[in-house]
Each structure stands twice: as structure tokens, then as C-alpha cells.
Design a protein around this ligand. Sequence first.
Ligand code: ATP
Ligand code: HSE
Length: 302
Amino acid sequence: MIKVTVPATSANLAVGFDCVGIAVTMHSSFLFSENETEHLSISGCPAEFQNEDNLVYQGFKAACDFLGEPVPNVHIEINSKVPVSRGLGSSAVCIVGGLAGANQWFDNPLTDQQLLEIATEMEGHPDNVAPAIYGGLCMAFIDSHSQVQVVKYPVNRHYQFTAIIPDFKISTADARRVLPKQMSYADVTHQVSHSLLMTRAIETGNIDQLHTAMNDRMHEPYRQQLIHHFPEVKSLCNHSDAVLYVSGSGSTMMAITNDSDNQEQLISSIQSKFPQWSVHAVSVDNNGFKSEVLSDREILHY
Ligand SMILES: Nc1ncnc2c1ncn2[C@@H]1O[C@H](COP(=O)(O)OP(=O)(O)OP(=O)(O)O)[C@@H](O)[C@H]1O
Ligand SMILES: N[C@@H](CCO)C(=O)O
């Protein structure tokens, strides 16, 4: 039996739309085993995803196709801690999980770069799949030769991340539909300068610079209409000196602090104002996905 563990990812970091994402310590795991009765069965996820269209299976199949191998009859057990359509990269987690499961099945012939290329094609943009594969804060883009380039940036160890997860979904497709088709030169200049400052402030731990940097003009102004209570959350963050951004395409909002008292104060203020939401303190996952073949003894523990 094969086990793959994949971290959730938080994309965009405000001014890094479609090219920056960070892996965090919230994980989903996937078990792959031979299926002796049918070509596919899936357990552990909502019934609506227990079919051929399941993204874990689609990833599994894509890797088999890439390798020119017949798709094995498989049972997939999903244990997902990453909420669906909440801006924490659940689709990227599934795609990377399926690709890595098939790769392990055939003794890992694919490199991480090849997994990245296939995953990016499936997801449409690399900002979630890159950190799910490599861990840490990744800047990733498709270059003029159609290759996916990735650069990892350091994250200052004094920062704390808090995922504020509302009780409603926003699908990425819906959140992309509200975006304008064009930007002015002035807005592009704003975006480039602020994203450079963002990566620098993330590295140095200068939270004042991070406040200045995370002022997005590409997507957050348009997506805030989909995230009820964004202004109230922002105001609570201001009281705790926390920087706030829309994680991926929402609905999760990610807060960054550099003082643990501020983080605790923020968590308790969000919990009392929005008791139906979940709030998680998370750290950076620097490793990315992990795949392994479980021993008989380990299988017994499942
Ligand atoms: N546990 C799961 N089991 C099966 N499919 C899942 C699971 N979690 C997510 N998915 C798939 O991922 C889709 C959600 O992807 P979507 O891009 O809308 O949101 P997201 O990836 O969570 O958010 P974002 O890309 O903004 O971080 C679901 O419709 C489903 O196809
Ligand atoms: N960069 C993507 C992340 C969500 O998949 C977006 O904001 O639409």
C-alpha cells in the first residue's frame, strides 16, 4: 500500500497573483492499494467526488499516461484535512496526491519537475502545485519555452500564520469570473513594486514593510465582494498588528503576525466574533509532499 501526504497551500500572498504560494502545516493523506474487484473505488471523500472525475484519480491517471503505463485497478482512500473550495489549495493537493501516488506505484521514475509540469497543466496555474511539491514559499511561472520555473524564497522564522476559514465555499472558477480583463500601466507598476517588497519583507521579518507591500490591485478588491465580513476581519487584524490577505481565491483569509501575543489575541477575537468559522494557527511546511510504501506493520495500524 502506498501513502502520500500533501500540504495545503495558500496562494497569491496578496500581490503574487497566480505565481506565489506557500505550503502550510495542514495535510491531506491518500492511500493507494490494488483493487481486486473493480477498476476504481474511492472512499473517505464526499459521495459527489467518488467517481472517475475525482482529481486524485485524474492525477493518478495523468502520471500513468505520461509514463505510458496502463492504469492499474486501484482503491484510493482519501483523508483530507484541507477544506474544499476555501482557498487552501484542495484541488492542487488532490492532483499532486494522485500524481505522486502513481509515481510511487512505478518506483518513482518521474522527477519533481516533471510532476510540477503535469500538475500545472492540470491546475491551470503553478502557484498552488509548486509549494505542494517543493514546500516553503514558491514563486512559480510558465516561461516562454512553456517550462514551469520555480524559485523558493526564505520565510522569516518569526512570522506566524493564521488561517481564518469561513463557513462558506467559493469556487476558484467563480472567484476568477469577477476579475477584470485588463490593468493599467500604473496598476502594473504598483503590483510589480509591491510584490518585490512582499518577498523581501517576508524574508526579513519587517512587518511594517509587509503591511505596505500587501496592498493588492489585481484580485482582492474584486473578490472582497464574495467574502462576507472581510472588512470586519481586516479591522480585527489591524487591532492585532496582523497583515491580512485573501488566501488563494478565498474564502479563507490568512493573517500574518510576528508576535505570538498578537496572534493569540487575533485568534480569540475572530473566534468570539465568528464562532461558526474555523481558525487554525499554521506554520510553513518546508518539505512538500511525501510518498512512501507502507510496511505490513504500518498497514495494520490503519
Ligand atoms: N477531499 C476531496 N476529495 C475529492 N475532491 C476534492 C477534495 N477536495 C477538493 N477536491 C476537488 O477540488 C475542487 C475544489 O477546487 P477549487 O479550485 O474550487 O478550490 P480550492 O483548490 O480549495 O481553492 P484555491 O485553489 O483557491 O486554493 C473540488 O470541486 C473537487 O473537485
Ligand atoms: N491564483 C489562483 C489561486 C486559486 O487557485 C487564483 O487566485 O485564482
